[in-house]
Design a protein around this ligand. Structure first.
Ligand SMILES: *[C@@H]1O[C@H](CO)[C@@H](O)[C@H](O)[C@H]1NC(C)=O
Ligand SMILES: *[C@@H]1O[C@H](CO)[C@@H](O)[C@H](O)[C@H]1NC(C)=O
Ligand SMILES: *[C@@H]1O[C@H](CO)[C@@H](O)[C@H](O)[C@H]1NC(C)=O
Ligand SMILES: *[C@@H]1O[C@H](CO)[C@@H](O)[C@H](O)[C@H]1NC(C)=O
Ligand SMILES: *[C@@H]1O[C@H](CO)[C@@H](O)[C@H](O)[C@H]1NC(C)=O
Ligand SMILES: *[C@@H]1O[C@H](CO)[C@@H](O)[C@H](O)[C@H]1NC(C)=O
Ligand SMILES: *[C@@H]1O[C@H](CO)[C@@H](O)[C@H](O)[C@H]1NC(C)=O
Length: 335
């Protein structure tokens, strides 16, 4: 009974998501230029409200939360933004690398097997880190993707403010700073990178969102100029995510469009393939050698073994930051 019921809810949920996706796509298909300018106006509208009305929904400091995880506080501490010693009052240790993780549309930080929790588990399995999960669910759970998307720049700006405070205006603890974003979160960390005064050492884009970003200029989406090194993992390209290369390195596991063991439903929703990007990433943190990607110009060439003598790198956390271009691999290990 429970299984039938929960399947039923999943079905309703997926239907809602599909409707929204089709709706978003419909707007784009029918009114491409108008839709672009609408979203720009929306941005300006948000900008005006952004810092003026303390009760406004657009005052991100009331709606975006930062959860800090350190080796001896793995349950998470909520950063208190009214506290002058916001960082000093926590177990944040400037000697350890900072990993900042941002979820996507309809995401949260609380899911048991979600982006935040599986990556935290992996990081603390191998070392000492300051992991910050950015919770912007008060905006991201808006059922309109278009509205969530219009807020992405503001979330990026908010993160930049908090990061500046943590690093004393980018003067401390910045050498190991790494921003990681999934889907819409990938563009958000891109915006953060654009705003911060020094170039962030690394940004990882996990299957950067595609709807309403296909035609965006580099300043309106994640781009390789947003950090010293930008690595992208594409797992659901051309569906929920962009397929085109955006980073210094773009890695396409299993061709980058759909992932194995995702079931039939995935052809329609792509959601399983889309989240594989962060499952692969979390796995790569503690299992460095499990994903070896090869420089290749296409999946066909890769499958036909035309690239087998080409250059290789690990995918994910341990990517070789000297490597650029497009890389492919077939995953043998799930997650
Ligand atoms: C936004 O909200 C925060 C927290 O309540 C408040 O301290 C701040 O003054 C607000 N910003 C503006 C511009 O009103
Ligand atoms: C957390 O661990 C560090 C060592 O990594 C230690 O210096 C610090 O005192 C610990 N903090 C707490 C609150 O236990
Ligand atoms: C946050 O910090 C402010 C200023 O120190 C303090 O008044 C407030 O109680 C703190 N909030 C929480 C939840 O600790
Ligand atoms: C950071 O920069 C702001 C604005 O320039 C300044 O007010 C603030 O004191 C600086 N903070 C630190 C820790 O240097
Ligand atoms: C990789 O292999 C392909 C196919 O053999 C070849 O065209 C390409 O030049 C190679 N790239 C590098 C960087 O070796
Ligand atoms: C990357 O290149 C730099 C110099 O260009 C070199 O010092 C470093 O060892 C290289 N890193 C790897 C992992 O090969
Ligand atoms: C990978 O191949 C691309 C061309 O597809 C090339 O520009 C790039 O330099 C290659 N990277 C390495 C590390 O060989």
């Amino acid at each position: 009974m429970f299984i039938i019921l929960s399947n039923y809810f999943i079905y309703i949920w997926l239907t809602i998501i599909i409707c929204i996706h089709s709706f978003v796509h419909q707007i784009r298909v029918e009114l491409p230029s108008v839709s672009e300018s609408t979203s720009l106006e929306l941005d300006e509208y948000n900008e005006i409200n952004f810092d003026q009305n303390s009760n406004s929904l657009y005052n991100t400091s009331k709606h975006v939360f930062y959860w800090l995880y350190t080796s001896n506080e793995t349950d998470g501490q909520l950063l208190n933004r009214s506290e002058p010693r916001m960082i000093e009052s926590t177990t944040y240790d400037l000697a350890n690398p900072m990993k900042l993780i941002v979820h996507g549309w309809l995401g949260t930080t609380q899911e048991k097997e979600g982006l935040c929790s599986i990556n935290i588990k992996s990081y603390f399995k191998v070392g000492n880190y300051n992991v910050i999960c950015v919770d912007w669910k008060q905006y991201s759970t808006d059922l309109s993707y278009a509205i969530a998307k219009a807020r992405a720049k503001h979330i990026g700006k908010d993160i930049a403010r908090v990061v500046s405070r943590i690093t004393k205006n980018m003067t401390e603890g910045t050498a190991d700073m790494h921003l990681i974003g999934h889907s819409l979160g990938a563009h958000i960390v891109g915006f953060t990178g654009k705003i911060l005064t020094n170039l962030v050492p690394r940004i990882t884009g996990l299957d950067p969102a595609k709807p309403m970003y296909e035609k965006s200029d580099p300043q309106d989406r994640l781009d390789f100029t947003d950090a010293q090194y930008v690595d992208i993992i594409h797992t659901n390209g051309d569906q929920n995510a962009l397929f085109e290369a955006l980073g210094h390195i773009d890695i396409y596991p299993n061709g980058g469009k759909s992932q194995p063991n995702c079931g039939k439903m995935d052809k329609r929703t792509g959601s399983c393939s889309h989240i594989k990007s962060y499952h692969y990433f979390a796995h790569s943190i503690w299992a460095k050698e499990d994903y070896v990607a090869q420089n290749c110009s296409s999946w066909d060439d890769y499958k036909n073994k035309k690239c087998k003598n080409n250059d290789t790198t690990f995918m994910g956390e341990h990517v070789d930051k000297n490597k650029t271009g497009t890389y492919f691999l077939e995953t043998e290990i799930e997650d």
